[in-house]
Design a protein around this ligand. Structure first.
Ligand code: GTP
Ligand code: MG
Length: 202
């Protein structure tokens, strides 16, 4: 799929204030700094669409982008940033879980995982939350440019083995690099395949 237009629509702290859920939507979630906003920019071929930063905690609200005038990408604040107070963590949880559980047009949630690091319980717990609530999700291994192919394959294998402890069947996964612009086509193809299912989903 070719992205011919991408436009920032709105940033909101509450799902009730997000755009009318009348077209398909895809959310990007994961630990702070994993590369959610960068990947959105890479997918859209627009370096300044979503705000990125080398300091974790850049994205603070629920951000909506309208793509090809037909579907939404949603950039969410990350979890697991150590310097965050208990109160902020609770607010994050309320905001994100409220969004995920109530957003009727959410077709798929992409859970981003840093391909360099070993499986983290916080990510597994988040996927368990999605699974328990019947929220469709897939995994994106990010920052693959930082690893040699062999290390990358080995880390993905380790991750798969960890997930098999919890699930019999694994969700689809993608491998991307926003710096090298790889993996973009597979993610877009996946979205293109799911978009027509919107009428049945809603
Ligand atoms: P929060 O909004 O804070 O939750 O972070 P985020 O997940 O949106 O991460 P963001 O896209 O802002 O990127 C965080 C840092 O990782 C930035 O310094 C990016 O340049 C870097 N980064 C993102 N994607 C990649 C990638 O594919 N490869 C490499 N090498 N660095 C990346
Ligand atoms: Mg961000």
């Amino acid at each position: 799929m070719k992205i011919s237009s991408s436009k920032f629509i709105i940033s909101k702290p509450h799902w009730k204030d997000c755009p009318t859920p009348n077209i398909p939507e895809y959310a990007f979630i994961g630990r702070s700094n994993v590369g959610k906003s960068s990947l959105i920019n890479t997918l859209c071929g627009n370096k300044t669409l979503a705000k990125t930063s080398s300091t974790p905690g850049k994205t603070q609200l629920i951000n909506h982008f309208l793509i090809n005038k037909k579907w939404y990408l949603c950039d969410l604040p990350g979890y697991g940033y150590a310097k965050v107070s208990k109160k902020s963590r609770e607010e994050w949880s309320k905001m994100i879980k409220g969004y995920i559980l109530n957003r009727k047009n959410l077709m798929n949630t992409f859970v981003l995982i840093d391909s360099r690091i070993k499986p983290q319980q916080i990510d597994i717990d988040f996927m368990i939350f999605l699974g328990e609530n019947g929220i469709p999700f897939s995994i994106i291994f990010t920052k693959s440019d930082k690893l040699k192919q062999k290390e990358l394959n080995s880390n993905i294998k380790t991750y798969e083995n960890e997930l098999y402890k919890y699930w019999e069947e694994l969700p689809p996964y993608f491998v991307t690099s926003s710096h090298k612009k790889t993996g973009k086509e597979s993610v877009l193809k996946y979205i293109e395949r799911i978009n027509p299912l919107f009428d049945k989903h809603i």
